[in-house]
Design a protein around this ligand. Sequence first.
Ligand code: GLN
Length: 299
Amino acid sequence: TPLPDYLTEVLEVCGTDSSGELAAYIPELAAADPDRLALGLCTVDGTGYAVGDDAVRFSIQSISKPFAYALALADLGLDAVLAKVGVEPSGEAFNELSLEEDSGRPLNPMINAGAITVHALVGMDRVRRGFAAFAGRELAVDDEVSSSELATADRNRAIAYMLRNHGIVEDDPQEVVAGYTEQCSLLVDVADLAAMAATLANGGVQPVTGEEVVPRWVARQVLSVMATCGMYDAAGDWFTTVGIPAKSGVSGGLIGALPGRAGLAVFSPRLDQHGNSVRGVQVFERLSTDMGMHLMEVP
Ligand code: GLN
């Protein structure tokens, strides 16, 4: 079977499951069409495929976290970033109000505490420019999603105040959360996300434009943190079953990066209890099995 036909088949099989719930805490996301389903793949030599509802754009949400982390590492270096944000899986929900005991650092950059800190390190201008380089095109902010989330973002504001209290963030917590929320509201489709993931899978070089977006060591660092922390409190379950570095977002996006091979992205808005896309996880489980993608599989 040609690859696009196979990918369409996978969507058809996984498309019948309508379990899970839309994210309700962001009013604008609760209004999304729950039945959308799309899959994108981009190889490290720059060949892209996208099937299903691949024209639909959605806010990137937490899938922005590994890319903002990559920019922080590239700009400030490993030690400066590690001084502010750790690399230990939290085993907790993405919006947990928790910091490391002695250092006051967020446990990792994939939970909100870490991502808010990373955003404060890089700023929104750098995020815009950097994300355009990862995707190979400029991304626009969805102002409706951004203001809708900001109106109800007390939990993230609490996290930001806690971070400033510990001296991890120095900027105004309100402004940091506004910037972080904008970062989460950048609009992408599955082809964009597949290209962004493929850039990490390709050692930091965007496979279509050929631009070195981040150095090779940065891609390795980011993929490692995605493997251990990318799926929040489902990270262990995910890595044993699917076996590739990944990141989910609350609008229903899910990316995976297969080092040296490809970036993959699924969009399906209904979420499981961890905040990960139900059908997104299923699509990845199937692809991993069929295409032998599990990194711990002995060849
Ligand atoms: N903007 C969302 C938040 O901070 C991102 C969360 C997510 O995608 N898991 O709550």
